[in-house]
Design a binder for this molecule. Structure first.
Ligand code: AMP
Length: 284
């Protein structure tokens, strides 16, 4: 497995591969490190459809609206590299901050209008977050030049934001979404779970349980209000602090009043000082 700190060296390698065969397909999995099986599922998916798979590890400061969250974000580079090597990843790109955002970098050149996709859920509770996400992903696409990039539906709204960015910028990279990988307990895997104690992990299961309860209800009850009320009631006795439960259209992300074939439920909640998100299709 090759490790690149500079995009020039990575580009040289990619050019060499492409000169050898124009048909070489470059797959890309952007991450912030502290890798787990959710990330590895993206690498495996990329390996199935691409010839050369690059994973980036970069904790992007511009997407953290909370400075403490950025400081506390887990960093486990050695174990990340071991995991990527075992998974068969071809290259890891570990850029410095100045590589991604050089002195002459103009953030305003990367701002885009998300047509409302950033006004609800994560966008509402984490102001500026998606601006930073779209900026770093576009920037990483410039540095890595992938043909196909892989993102987890764990961050459902993020996938919609990235598709919008690719469409608005008219980029030729194909965006592929991948299912949520969970612990056997049902807890959605997340780098932030590393900061949860065993007791907190048990408490955090309320998120998945509440999603399952809502999904079960949605198979017969079509009123979003009725379902949400039950879900909120289920959450009331938990130790987590709920930020939102929203049932939205999976394409427009607009709130639904009735369950339909595009319904998806997204939850964000705090377990102590750790913010967790999860989602589940309620389609019927
Ligand atoms: P992150 O390192 O948190 O920025 O995540 C990097 C990529 O991994 C993003 O596309 C995430 O959506 C994806 N990801 C994170 N957790 C999971 C999971 N449990 N299942 C599937 N994909 C995930």
């Amino acid at each position: 497995m090759q490790i690149f700190e500079s995009s020039a060296a990575l580009q040289k390698q990619i050019l060499e591969l492409k000169n050898g065969s124009k048909k070489i397909k470059i797959g890309f999995v952007p991450t912030m490190g502290a890798l787990h099986n959710g990330h590895l599922s993206l690498i495996k998916m990329a390996l199935q459809s691409c010839d050369y798979v690059v994973c980036s590890i970069f904790v992007n400061p511009t997407q953290f609206n909370d400075k403490k969250d950025l400081e506390k974000y887990p960093r486990t580079l050695d174990s990340d590299l071991n995991m990527l090597k075992s998974a068969g990843c071809h290259a890891v790109f570990v850029p410095s901050e100045s590589e991604v955002y050089p002195d002459d970098f103009k953030p305003e050149n990367y701002f885009i209008e998300f047509d409302g996709l950033d006004q609800i859920m994560e966008g509402k509770f984490r102001p500026g977050h998606f601006k930073g996400v779209a900026m770093v992903v576009e920037r990483l696409f410039q540095l890595v030049t992938p043909d196909q990039a892989f993102f987890g539906y764990k961050d459902f709204q993020q996938v919609a934001i990235i598709r919008k960015m690719v469409q608005k910028r008219d980029l030729s990279v194909q965006i592929t979404g991948a299912p949520i990988i969970r612990e056997s307990s049902g807890l959605a895997m997340s780098s932030r779970n590393q900061r949860l104690s065993e007791t907190e992990k048990k408490k955090a299961l309320i998120i998945h349980q509440t999603l399952l309860l809502g999904k079960e209800m949605a198979s017969s009850e079509k009123s979003v209000n009725a379902i949400k009320n039950q879900m909120l009631a289920n959450f009331e006795n938990s130790d987590l602090q709920l930020e939102y439960i929203d049932i939205v259209d999976e394409n427009s992300l607009e709130e639904l009043t009735m369950i339909n074939s595009n319904a998806i439920c997204c939850i964000a909640a705090w377990c102590g000082d750790i913010r967790l998100i999860d989602n589940m299709s309620f389609a019927s």
